[in-house]
Design a binder for this molecule. Structure first.
Ligand code: MEV
Length: 313
């Protein structure tokens, strides 16, 4: 028996970092996917093959001793074959650049949970999400679960650390041009630096949180109206807040300026310090925005919102 599932990556549109301090963030799933194929095999082993390497182990190895980034797949397969006599072979194919804040690990967990569990029965999306978050916690203990949720259900989502997730039902027709700085970043480290900034600038940080909250409320209205130019202004404004809290650098600033020159607005997405930025466009300025990045030798590609989320087949 073989089963397959795919899940989209994600972008944080507004509110990264401030979300850690209780401000609402807005995320969307993107039309770049991870596809996982799972096969039940007679040999009692778990084998995972992907473009970032291989992992082959017997069941019941202690999770804490596994260092491979493929650990979430092992966790899922091991959990699901506990009461079986067989093994599992997993194959992972990715269209999402890895480790640059585009949700590759969450998409792996969601598609992995769906493909592996489907070998032995049918689970609801809610059940798969629960499994995926458990698997993600083997690599990010403190995950909020927001990324796995948007990768499961697709579309646009607002996320509040206390109140949880809620889907935004509008379907704005924009393109995001994503440019990769190819600078590695550690989310944990950047989040810790922002905390230091907050602790030395309590008043300024609290004002920024209020401004970000107001911005996000405005964004929710603009999304309903499909006002892409208005959204672009909010993207630019959000980038200024991110500059103020110190997560930008010369390379990212340069990329944001290139994006801004031909799009409606451009900003860092995710932790910053490296990783990716995006530029917001529609059909009219998409090609020029891509050209702007390519002319300066930046790796870039365009994405749209993925409204499908998890898909099994
Ligand atoms: C990282 O993708 C997003 C941050 O807001 C951290 C977090 O929400 O846990 C920087």
């Amino acid at each position: 028996m073989i089963s397959k599932a795919s899940a989209p990556g994600k972008v944080i549109l507004f509110g990264e970092h401030f979300v850690v301090y209780g401000v609402k963030a807005i995320l969307c799933a993107i039309n770049k996917r991870i596809t996982v194929t799972a096969e039940e095999i007679s040999e009692r082993k778990i084998s995972i093959i992907s473009n970032i390497g291989k992992l082959e182990l017997e069941p019941n190895e202690p999770i804490s001793e596994i260092t491979s980034p493929l650990k979430p797949f092992y966790y899922l397969a091991n959990k699901i074959i506990q009461d079986k006599n067989s093994g599992i072979k997993i194959q992972v194919e990715s269209e999402i650049p890895l480790g640059v804040g585009l949700g590759s690990s969450s998409a792996c967990c969601v598609a992995g949970a769906a493909a592996i569990s489907k070998l032995f029965g049918n689970n609801s999306k809610e059940e798969i999400l629960k499994l995926a978050i458990e698997a993600e916690k083997t690599i990010f203990q403190n995950t909020s679960g927001a990324d796995c949720t948007v990768c499961t259900f697709g579309g646009l989502m607002e996320y509040d650390k206390e109140k949880g997730f809620s889907k935004i039902e509008s379907e704005p027709n924009f393109h995001l041009v994503i440019a990769n700085s190819n600078v590695e970043h550690s989310t944990e480290k950047v989040v810790a630096e922002v905390r230091k900034f907050k602790e030395s600038n309590e008043e300024e940080f609290s004002k920024l949180c209020s401004e970000e909250s107001a911005l996000v409320e405005n964004v929710l209205k603009l999304l309903k109206e499909n006002d892409i130019k208005g959204l672009g202004e909010k993207v630019t404004q959000n980038q200024e807040f991110l500059e103020t809290i110190g997560i930008s650098n010369d390379k990212l600033r340069d990329m944001v300026q290139i994006g801004k020159a031909s799009s409606y607005g451009s900003k860092i997405t995710g932790a910053g310090g490296g990783g990716c930025i995006f530029a917001l466009t529609d059909e009219s300025n998409l090609e020029n925005t891509i050209k702007g990045f390519k002319d300066k030798n930046f790796e870039c590609f365009s994405v749209k919102i993925d409204f499908k989320g998890l898909d099994t087949f």
